[in-house]
Write a protein that binds this ligand. Structure first.
Ligand code: ADP
Ligand code: MG
Length: 138
């Protein structure tokens, strides 16, 4: 099985924020995967989606199922993360006051993606950030 699923996500598109993760949830549910397992993937995709909306110039989420692995990739167009170690620290956030008032910016997104995935990889430069998460299908 090798399934490609790609959803574009736009900077500051709060109106549609979360819809990519809803699509992913619907899709994984249709595949008949365990709801607790789906939850880990959807928590991660939601955080990745929100990071693109809030912190990037726009990008996309990709979901691939390769053999017994689910791979979620978040790719954006920059401006990148200056200090990845800092960004992975629980509670660290550069979110603006405006964003915090909307209920985002708790600084738990990347730590939770790491916690909820079997494998977590992140690469960043001013040209963009790539977060690759994978799971072995339970
Ligand atoms: N795609 C991204 N592009 C640029 N910066 C990012 C991106 N994702 C995360 N960051 C940076 O890492 C920090 C921590 O991210 P996260 O743990 O999701 O917390 P939060 O989104 O609540 O700020 C963000 O505040 C931001 O500075
Ligand atoms: Mg976040």
């Amino acid at each position: 099985m090798n399934i490609d699923f790609e959803i574009n996500i736009y900077h500051e598109d709060y109106h549609n924020a979360g819809s990519a993760s809803s699509e992913i949830k619907k899709y994984l549910t249709q595949l008949g995967l365990n709801p607790k397992f789906i939850r880990k993937i959807v928590i991660s995709s939601y955080e990745a989606e929100m990071n693109i909306v809030i912190h990037s110039l726009g990008g996309k989420l990709k979901l691939d199922i390769i053999g017994n692995h689910i791979i979620l990739t978040s790719i954006d167009k920059g401006p990148g993360i200056r200090d990845i170690k800092m960004a992975l620290t629980e509670g660290f956030s550069t979110a603006s006051k405006k964003v915090r008032e909307m209920g985002f910016g708790a600084g738990m997104g990347l730590p939770n993606m790491k916690k909820n995935s079997d494998k977590f990889e992140i690469k960043s430069s001013p040209k963009g950030t790539i977060v690759r998460l994978s799971w072995v299908i339970e």
